[in-house]
Design a protein around this ligand. Structure first.
Ligand code: FE
Ligand code: FE
Ligand code: ZN
Length: 278
């Protein structure tokens, strides 16, 4: 079975996300740990979470994925900005233990004028200070489009970060199809080549999740603008090959396409229809 869901809003609570997911034919989902722009996090209501966990268990959901606020920058030149990212992510990881064995995805950040190597060092330092041996959450680095000075545009950069983290068993990668295509990995004409390169440089055992998005922009544009499935430069044929690829088809797929619930339900239906069941 295809494990697929989309990004859902946490504004109505946790149980409501489980119900929303069921209502659109999803068996997993992604959510923001807090306001994606700010720092305010709602107090977690344990009974609401318990009801969500019951829904996940009863409906055999695939692993759910939390997304860190995208404004955090763990490799900023400004120490205060780095400290803020550190503090928020440390708090997020504590909160994630309400949802045992889940994923927590973050954008490595932008090094601005300091250079990639200094940026990578900062990210490694942060991870080494916040990861705990007892945590059940796997922290995922997201592949980035390479907008501005974003770190994570290449598999080599992600591998360097992973290599620097002491608790490497707590780490993995989330591959965003829009981002890698914008970054210059040709998943349309050479999917096998890109997967083999990922395996050679990072190792497919580190690939835990896929953000499934089409792209508004052409190959190698370094733009990062998501498009609904089949309406962008990646297209439905390439996306069908991605969800069915023998090395990817078992992974959870999360849509981050510009759609409301109804549109996501249609995308999920279309993708389930395009998935060749075992
Ligand atoms: Fe993201
Ligand atoms: Fe993404
Ligand atoms: Zn994006």
């Amino acid at each position: 079975m295809l494990n697929i869901g989309c990004h859902l809003s946490v504004s109505k609570g946790y149980k409501a996300m489980g119900e929303d997911a069921l209502s659109i034919g999803a068996n997993t989902f992604q959510f923001f740990t807090r306001n994606p722009r700010g720092s305010k996090a709602k107090e977690i209501d344990p009974s609401d979470v318990a009801e969500l966990l019951e829904i996940l268990k009863e409906n055999k959901f695939a692993t759910i994925l939390a997304h860190a606020p995208y404004t955090l920058n763990a490799c900023s030149a400004d120490a205060k900005t780095r400290d803020f990212a550190n503090m928020i992510m440390e708090d997020d990881l504590k909160r994630m233990e309400f949802f045992p064995n889940s994923f927590y995805n973050f954008h490595p950040g932008s090094h601005v004028k300091q250079g990639t190597q200094i940026g990578i060092e900062y990210i490694i330092n942060m991870l080494n200070s916040i990861l705990k041996p007892e945590q059940t959450t796997t922290v995922l680095l997201e592949t980035m489009a390479g907008k501005g000075t974003e770190i994570g545009r290449t598999f080599e950069e992600l591998k360097q970060i992973l290599d620097g983290v002491t608790l490497d068993s707590k780490m993995g990668v989330c591959l965003d199809t829009c981002h890698v295509y914008d970054a210059g990995y040709d998943i349309v004409n050479n999917l096998d080549g890109v997967i083999n390169e990922f395996d050679r440089i990072i190792g497919l055992d580190k690939l835990y999740a896929i953000h499934l998005n089409d792209s508004k922009n052409p190959f190698e544009s370094h733009k990062d603008r998501h498009e609904t499935i089949g309406e962008g430069s990646i297209g439905i044929d390439a996306i069908t090959r991605i969800i069915n690829h023998p090395k990817l088809r078992h992974l959870p797929f999360y849509l981050e396409t510009p759609n409301e619930l109804e549109g996501h339900a249609e995308e999920i239906k279309k993708l389930r229809g395009a998935y060749i069941d075992d």
